[in-house]
Design a protein around this ligand. Structure first.
Ligand code: NAD
Length: 329
């Protein structure tokens, strides 16, 4: 059945991919963002350029005719943006404002279902000190101690959506994303995340050179390919599950080993130079028992398969840049 769907944050990495997927399923889609997608033209039927911190923009985007809202808009970036402390006030204020407006408007317009993108950054720092044994089960979120204001805002907003569910019947679904990556993600400029940054560094490295990796490189993470993320989001939306669920990969890897994997994919030999930098918690990995049980979702791509596709895309971006510079020069 064709639905009328609104994707907030449709100019961003996950949002723009989600619009494509929803369109391929035959839905009518409205995208909303302060900017269009960076690397392609949106396939949305209607794209509103607007600032969701303003209630009038939220009112314009979400009306009584909307069946589903996917809320992905957030003041967001990689470690350099989120974990240095310099952007804490903006990150909390901007994202909270958007969510405060969205929950209220969805209730007023009786929107059928709302998806909220939370994050693994809500998990307590004290459970992520051992890089080999991080604890990220859903119930371990409390007692809360996220290591960033970004994580605190996500936790607050999870609670906001859940309280609107309890008190006003808002039909909300909440996913805690763990490091989503893939083609068409930010890959330079300071807001890029580890997978894209490492691919860029390896791709630009001269033969026999070294790449810089923040921290001692022994910190661990798991990374989820974009297509698997979209499968998880859609399965969650189809389900009746109203508690937050992890949407992530259980394939944990140290950052130095991840850099070596990317080098292997590229066919280059690399030297790694570990340098001081914002690294976040020591270990983090998705724990998928609950999401498997509740909605039957599990990722299909291995990290190597997903990062190969991402690496190829970043190489094509670098080549296009070189070409554009040589034409303009
Ligand atoms: P992204 O930065 O590419 O997309 C977010 C979009 O929100 C951007 O296009 C941005 O312009 C838009 N936005 C920000 N402020 C806005 C405003 N005031 N009005 C309108 N639009 C605004 O990030 P993403 O990686 O696509 O992430 C999507 C969602 O998933 C975010 O909520 C993010 O916190 C969450 N998440 C992502 C990851 C990940 O690894 N990518 C991990 C955990 C959670």
């Amino acid at each position: 059945m064709m639905k009328r769907v609104v994707v907030l944050g449709a100019g961003g990495f996950i949002g723009s991919h989600l619009v494509n997927r929803l369109k391929s399923m035959g839905h009518w889609v409205r995208g909303v963002d302060i900017k269009p997608p960076d690397f392609s033209t949106s396939s949305a039927d209607d794209f509103i350029l607007g600032d969701l911190r303003k209630i009038e923009v939220v009112e314009q985007c979400i009306g009584n005719d909307i069946d589903e809202v996917y809320q992905l808009a957030a003041d967001m970036g990689g470690a350099l943006y989120l974990f240095t402390g310099e952007n804490d006030a903006d990150v909390s204020h901007n994202s909270a404002l958007i969510n405060l407006h969205v929950v209220k408007r969805c209730v007023d317009c009786k929107v059928g279902k709302v998806f909220f993108s939370s994050s693994a950054c809500i998990y307590p720092k004290y459970n992520q000190l051992d890089p080999d044994n991080p604890v990220c089960t859903e119930e371990s979120a409390y007692p809360a101690q996220p290591d960033s204001e970004y994580g605190w805002e996500k936790l607050f907003s999870e609670r906001l959506y859940q309280s609107f569910h309890r008190n006003y019947g808002l039909n909300a679904r909440i996913a805690r994303f763990h490091n989503i990556y893939g083609p068409e993600g930010t890959w330079e400029g300071g807001k890029e995340k580890a997978p894209a940054a490492l691919c860029r560094k390896v791709a630009r490295m001269e033969p026999g050179g070294a790449i810089e990796v923040w921290g001692d490189g022994l910190q661990t993470r798991s990374f989820l390919y974009i297509d698997d993320c979209l499968d998880g989001v859609l399965k969650l939306m189809e389900s009746d599950c109203t508690i937050p669920l992890n949407i992530g990969s259980e394939e944990m890897i140290s950052i130095n080993d991840f850099a070596r994997m990317i080098a292997d994919v590229s066919g280059k030999d690399i030297n790694i130079k570990n340098i001081p930098g914002p690294v976040g918690v020591r270990g983090r990995c998705s724990e998928n028992s609950l999401v498997r049980e509740k909605i039957g979702w599990t990722p299909k791509y291995t990290l190597r398969e997903g990062i190969s596709k991402t690496y190829d895309w970043i190489v094509s971006q670098i080549e296009a840049q070189v070409e554009a510079n040589s034409v303009s020069g």
